[in-house]
Design a protein around this ligand. Structure first.
Ligand code: COA
Length: 205
């Protein structure tokens, strides 16, 4: 039996090694990226509105996690994505999607526990009760489980085939209006409750 538990920035920071273990198991990143990734994650815990969910075994061992925070200007991801959406779809669209957004930074489930609904529960749990108008994230622009999962709860493509500065992999930038549409209407790309007033319903990517 796996349970979800909310974790504050202090506990998240002290358990960064466990967080990184799940990240490594789920993403299989190059080893030389890990120290930098750990530093980035530690800095994320300092962002406003930071929230994290651990998916844990009864003995407290985490098998999955998700975390995010309130995006504000001055954060690297926020500024890069804002600029890219503004260039492509106009400043109003960028503000509509990012002006009051929960930025979902990481969602990972250990491969031994894939396909049991943990990822979906993490996404829904992260977005439930948040004060922001939207949730936004980036994910590899491939037909992955993550792409399927996000689409099924109402995320739409804001940008596709996007390469971050200094990177080479292609990402999709996704956004959803909060609250998420939930469990009942899985499997469609319709954002359900409609876009924020200044944002497009679909960017077309
Ligand atoms: C994305 C991830 C968190 C999903 O976790 P999970 O616990 O397996 O997710 P769930 O069991 O809730 O399943 C979510 C959906 O993905 C679907 N799915 C699973 N594997 C899939 C695959 N290879 N291709 C497409 N869909 C897939 C499931 O069928 C389910 O959809 P459904 O409810 O419509 O049937 C997990 O696959 C993961 O950690 N992936 C690697 C890390 C990653 O990509 N993280 C996201 C970074 S943005």
């Amino acid at each position: 039996m796996i349970g979800l538990r909310r974790v504050g920035p202090d506990e998240f920071t002290t358990r960064l090694d466990a967080v990184l273990e799940i990240y490594i198991a789920a993403m299989d990143p190059p080893a030389d990226q890990l120290p930098g990734r750990k530093t980035i994650m530690g800095n994320h815990a300092l962002h406003p509105g930071f929230t994290c969910l651990f998916a844990e075994r009864p003995d407290g061992t985490p098998v999955g996690l998700a975390y995010g925070f309130h995006g504000v200007p001055g954060q690297w991801w926020h500024d890069v994505v804002h600029r890219a959406i503004a260039e492509r779809n106009g400043e109003g669209s960028a503000r509509g999607w990012l002006g009051d957004a929960l930025e979902l930074a990481e969602i990972h489930v250990h491969p031994d526990h894939h396909g049991k609904g943990i990822g979906r529960a993490l996404v829904m749990g992260m977005c439930a009760g948040r004060p922001e108008r939207t949730a936004v994230l980036s994910t590899r622009d491939q037909p992955t489980a993550a792409r399927h999962l996000y689409r099924s709860v109402g995320f739409v493509d804001l940008l596709t085939q996007f390469v971050f500065p200094g990177g080479y992999e292609r990402y999709a930038i996704l956004g959803a209006v909060l609250p998420l549409k939930g469990w009942a209407r899985r499997g469609t790309a319709d954002s359900g409750s409609g876009p924020p007033s200044t944002a497009p319903s679909h960017s077309g990517g």
